[in-house]
Design a binder for this molecule. Structure first.
Ligand SMILES: [Zn+2]
Length: 485
């Protein structure tokens, strides 16, 4: 995610857990989702089914599957609100509004219940235990009621954001499925790569920016139906609008599309996406999909990443530098989150810090944007030191650990200063210390070794170690809070 608009020029995203065995290789067998949904604007609802074909690829016997129901965080009585107090007025543009996800049926199971810390988990008990390599097919019926909110899941003034819109299987780690509450600081999401076929019906005036490519479309009187396909993606999202216009370009064999409704110079916005996309592909490794999409939308934060799709807040359009930084940051997430997953709940720095620093290296190579590496790193250091002083004077001490759970952050500000700013300083310090060649070779290796997986911090540190960098002590000093900056 890219951080709140009021943290000008700071980009933020949040990611999830570690050590999880995901689709280790793009060619490996994966779980398969077949989702069929219809969006009805009059009722602000999305109704449909999620059919999951799940194979037990663990070494354990599994009798229960767990799914995250992220949209339940938008309930009136939710304990964990998706939007922090600081951003409520920007998010809830029409005043208080609530949404929820109602599960209507689960076919293929013995029984099921909605539970978890905050009605955030669907627990499905299987008819019989599933042994390693065995498969089960579940069909989950659901109704998503959307709040009027400029956030990941909701109806906005110009668009409908459909991030996290379906029951998604929790990642499996350390012998169980990883559940998470919806923390407003960060991106509380962790899922393994899967294959998707998504059929979407919507009024024919609407256009859908989606994860995945259209394999079929047809018009049904006043509606239209799209079928999208995506392979090896860890989530699937849409942005819908009846105002969307689209421009596109091609770069190194991939198509980059830009969906917008209010942009005086859409080609310039498209250029940031396409140029940063090409830079990351050259610098880190090949993008594993054919199409990448950027959508202008209502969002109280700067933006949000989904596989093959970035949401960028229209609140940034008055500030071209902030807009460019948001697009470059979210595009970098296609490498750090989309392809190489990480535990955004416990190690947010791992994808946010890398996405932020990758964007800085892009601007460093494209001088026309007027953002230099020196200025950007200096600004991050200044922000971090300011946080250190303020929290030190208020609390008596400052907790500078970067390795921490999202629930341990005291505020959006602390989260941003540690997961973005301190991480930027960390990566830049490492680069200065080991030199250009080893630094970028280490990132290339990290990408190559972890594409399609959920990487641990050790995966990142190990990639540098295997390129001849003695990185263990260096990372530990930053991540554990010992380094004095
Ligand atoms: Zn981000």
């Amino acid at each position: 995610m890219k951080k709140p608009v009021c943290f000008l020029l700071t980009l933020a995203c949040l990611c999830l857990p570690c050590g999880v065995t995901a689709c280790a290789h793009a060619e490996e067998a994966r779980n398969r989702y077949e989702i069929t949904v219809e969006y009805v604007p009059e009722t602000a609802t999305l109704a449909g089914t999620t059919k999951l074909t799940f194979e037990n690829r663990t070494d354990e016997e599994i009798s229960t599957l767990k799914f995250q129901l992220y949209p339940n965080a938008y309930r009136k009585d939710a304990t964990y609100r998706p939007v922090s107090k600081a951003y409520e007025s920007a998010a809830y543009y029409a005043g208080e509004s609530y949404g929820e996800m109602v599960i209507s049926s689960v076919n293929g199971a013995k029984n099921w219940e909605v539970m978890g810390e905050d009605e955030n988990v669907l627990q499905v008990h299987l008819e019989r235990s599933l042994y390693p390599s065995e498969e089960v097919v579940l069909d989950i019926g659901f109704l998503l009621k959307l709040a009027n909110v400029h956030h990941r899941t909701g109806v906005g003034e110009h668009t409908v954001n459909l991030g996290n819109f379906f029951p998604v299987l929790c990642a499996f780690d350390k012998g169980g499925f990883v559940e998470t509450a919806y923390y407003s600081d960060g991106d509380p999401f962790l899922s393994e790569c899967a294959d998707f076929q998504v059929t979407l019906t919507l009024p024919k005036e609407y256009t859908a920016a989606a994860t995945g490519e259209i394999s079929r479309e047809r018009t049904l009187e006043r509606k239209k139906e799209y079928v999208f396909n995506a392979s090896c993606v860890r989530d699937f999202a849409f942005v819908l609008s009846d105002e969307f216009k689209v421009v596109k370009t091609e770069t190194s064999g991939n198509v980059v599309e830009y969906y917008y409704y209010s942009d005086k110079n859409p080609q310039a916005s498209l250029a940031v996406a396409a140029e940063s996309f090409a830079y990351y592909e050259k610098t880190f490794g090949e993008y594993p999909h054919a199409v990448y999409k950027v959508a202008q939308t209502g969002f109280c934060l700067g933006g949000m990443e989904y596989p093959c799709l970035s949401m960028i807040s229209d609140a940034l359009w008055e500030n071209k530098t902030a807009q460019a930084r948001a697009i470059a940051h979210e595009t970098a997430h296609q490498w750090w989150y989309g392809a190489v997953g990480s535990n955004q709940i416990e190690n947010a720095w791992q994808d946010e810090g890398l996405a932020e620093y990758s964007a800085i290296t892009f601007f460093e190579n494209y001088e026309k944007y007027g953002i230099t590496r020196e200025d950007a790193v200096r600004d991050s250091l200044k922000e971090y030191r300011s946080y250190y002083d303020v929290y030190g004077s208020v609390l008596g001490r400052t907790d500078t650990r970067m390795m921490r759970h999202l629930k341990e952050y005291l505020s959006d500000y602390e989260y941003k200063c540690l997961s973005y700013d301190k991480a930027v300083v960390m990566f830049d310090t490492l680069r200065k210390s080991v030199g250009e060649e080893k630094f970028f070779a280490g990132l290339k290796k990290y990408y190559k070794e972890n594409k399609g997986k959920i990487a641990t911090p050790e995966s990142l540190i190990g990639a540098f170690e295997r390129t001849g960098v003695d990185a263990n002590g260096f990372f530990d000093s930053f991540l554990s809070g010992k380094a004095i900056l």
